[in-house]
Design a protein around this ligand. Sequence first.
Ligand SMILES: [Zn+2]
Length: 412
Amino acid sequence: MSRPDAPAGAVRQGSLREWNLAVVLGRIAAADHPPSRAGLAAETGLTRATVSAVVEDLVAGRLVTEAEPTPRTGAGRPARGLVLAADGPAGLGLEVNVDYLAACVVDLAGRVRHHTVHRADLRPLTPAEALRRLVELATRARAEAAREGLTLAGAALAVPGLVDDAGLVRLAPNLGWRDVPVPALLAGHPPLTASVDGVPPLVVENEANLAALGELHAGPDGAASFLHISGEVGIGAGIVLDGSLFRGARGWSGEIGHIPLHPDGPACRCGGRGCLETYTGQEAILAAAGLAGADLPADTATTRLAELAEGGEPAVLRALHHAGSALGVAVAGVVNLLDLDTVVLGGGYAPLAAWLRPPVLTEISHRVLTAAWSPVTVRPAVLGAEAAAVGAAGSVVRRILARPAGWLTHRG
Ligand SMILES: [Zn+2]
């Protein structure tokens, strides 16, 4: 089954035309300024005639459009470059988390065209009930996309748990889900029925992995190898190595929340003891800050913690310092193992990064062998809490960009 960020291999087996379509579209997508047909021919080594034919296909398939002409100085016609279409195929990104559902639509150029979040504690609901609410959000997103002239070309759903290759959620401990057949429960729902290029209309993936992909494409520094930590009620991480998501042998990498810090520590929802999550999960931080039982939704809880920290509330500052130290110990272990130079604090950690970052850096400086001459950057995520849904939608779009022939064939 095709995974969200691994479509490029398919191109190798394709025809020359498929290859040319992907090369030309890739150049247009990566260009800083809209390239001309002549420029594309020079860049790719393809003939002008081939580029023109390929561009014609891409324009007919609503993948590419002519940019507004830019006036040329001197004689001659104004130059018309090519840009990704703003009204072509788009990706639908969905997220189920412990206390919210989200849906977003991302266009070919990676712009978020629609984003909606529904806040509710989903733990009392059955998986089927939670997914029914998600379908409502997806239906609304599809209508919004259609209003903007966009066609949804597929969907990816982010879930805070272990997902197998068939989309079965084996375990989402903080949601209380076990062996939930998500694709079967969502089958037949209108926004999710189209299948493009043999890829199932809905890919289910771990939310921390999708959030890391979102950060990979939205991040400011183009870091190619980094750890993206999603700090929510549970803690997950996405590992990006050399520009690709490292999913592990079965797609279950990144369970940083269950790295044991103290073998005899507090009981964790996973069944173990003393996991990182029991010290730095959102509920642990709230409890340490004296806010346990405040029953705040995740975003409010994070905002509240940030406000109190801003105001210098000692208990909150202490709680964040301890959480950051515990996080730093685990992160230092990961950095030692994988030789990463960047750590991104995402999800609920992003707004708390000002307070978490110093103790994380302290632990890194004490524990990472190479830290003295090769510093590790620790920074807040660019996308914040919406990273997983945006990353999910973006994964659909990148699949099309990597293999446009699939989309063109699908359209007939
Ligand atoms: Zn655990």
